[in-house]
Design a protein around this ligand. Sequence first.
Ligand SMILES: Cc1ncc(C[n+]2csc(CCOP(=O)(O)OP(=O)(O)O)c2C)c(N)n1
Ligand code: SF4
Length: 503
Amino acid sequence: MATNVLKKSPTFYDHFERWRPTQNETTHYCPGCGHGNVHKLIAEALGDLGLADRGIFVSPVGCSVFAYYYFDTGNIQAAHGRAPAVGTGLKRVHPHSIVMTYQGDGDLASIGGLEILHAANRGENMTVFFINNAIYGMTGGQMAATTLIGQKTTTSPYGRTIENEGYPLRMSELLATLEAPVLVERCHLADAKGIMACRKAVRKAIQNQAEGKGFSFVEILSPCPTGWKMTSLEAEKFIKEKMMPVFPVQVFRDESATREGHFREPKNLSDQEMWEALDLGLFGETHPLDKEFLENFKTTHLKFAGFGGQGVLTAGVILAAAGMQENLHVSWIPSYGPEMRGGTANASVVLSKDPIGSPLVVDPDVLVAMNDPSLDSFENSVVKGGLIIVNSSIISRKVRRKDVVALYIPLTDIAAEHGITAAANMVLLGAYLEYSKLLPVDSIKEIIPIGIKRKQLVEANLRVVDAGVEWIRKSLSDGKHKVIVPPSRETESTPTVFPEVGK
Ligand SMILES: Cc1ncc(C[n+]2csc(CCOP(=O)(O)OP(=O)(O)O)c2C)c(N)n1
Ligand code: SF4
């Protein structure tokens, strides 16, 4: 019998790999720490309930950050306080997995206070283990939201006061006010009886999830002898005499026996259905460019900048969508001010034949400046040898840099001549693609009819794309300017001539 009780749960790995090879059978926790006890209760429950293979353990930031070294389950690590959001994502995609977040009081009650509130309120079908040791253990014993009044920590050296720091936050009581949770229970690790009550609560919380009953929350009052600067025995006493009066050990809500279980199955939408549902309107057949073109394609970082209403975001998204149709990797991120009208806006676009590491465009190869502030803001960020396209209808000054290609195009005037002033962005796309040969002009012409919401404007937009193409052809045909594709940062070569086209 004793061997059964003492043997290691098979849900734990055999070795603690992090400290190989000398100490690989021990743990990284301090002597007397409660985390190890809780790990054991969870591992045994998963094993006994036959759920270890379906388990996904979400480790937090805190002393239990390395929980994934112990549990032979699925493992993922969340940013500080964000375990409920990560757990929600996992659960929505894998409704039959057993998702367990494991969080300290700094993680759950301080930085992640709202994450847990909303996950509980949504009744996510997952299990949350909340290890309340009334302190930030990992970072050296700072005050947590749960620190007791009068408790000394490194950031409350005279003891927590109500005037300065408010009252200790009682998370179980708070969550029990919500309708969705199925189980909210607090237990403690200060003696064997307390540990057995925690054992029961842990099992129930996992079982509830396996039966689809919803959100279960188990708060465990846990010793932190190191952070509290106490011996293990003193720590047990502290839980009983100081913590339990503030955090009563109690079942706050338990509808495990009566709740009907159900599983929220994910919607299996096709790509097309998803695009339509999101009203992206850009779904079409991909038709990869010829192999040689793709092989030689140089990653290009573009920044489209202007004021709200000039269509810089749309220009970016249409170019990115055109790249996507051609089987390139693309990214597009907008950036705009809070104003609904008239603020500044810019779009960062990357096109590449390889996966894109970051969608941020800090130093663009190509800058499109639709107005003065855009040129002022971004001129210096363009890479040496890069291209700056200036909307010369609006921007009166010239590019000051001498180490970039400057292309002056009266984008707004050209669009106005065709009766659609607002489509300067489309003139731009036609002109830019004709100039750079980055993609065939036809690839954006295919996207425009699907990408533009006001269908009555499609024809006019296509006409001004052609007008942009024509303008470039005319400007270059006099032989004074030749097309120089800006060098890619991959080749690092710089063009020898820096033409100024259009002025
Ligand atoms: C975004 C962010 N803010 C702050 C930190 C620093 N930090 C690391 S652990 C921690 C608190 C840990 O305390 P708790 O969640 O109670 O877990 P314990 O270590 O006591 O188990 C903090 C504030 C961080 N890693 N990330
Ligand atoms: S600092 Fe506290 S919570 Fe962290 S491992 Fe040590 S005893 Fe445990």
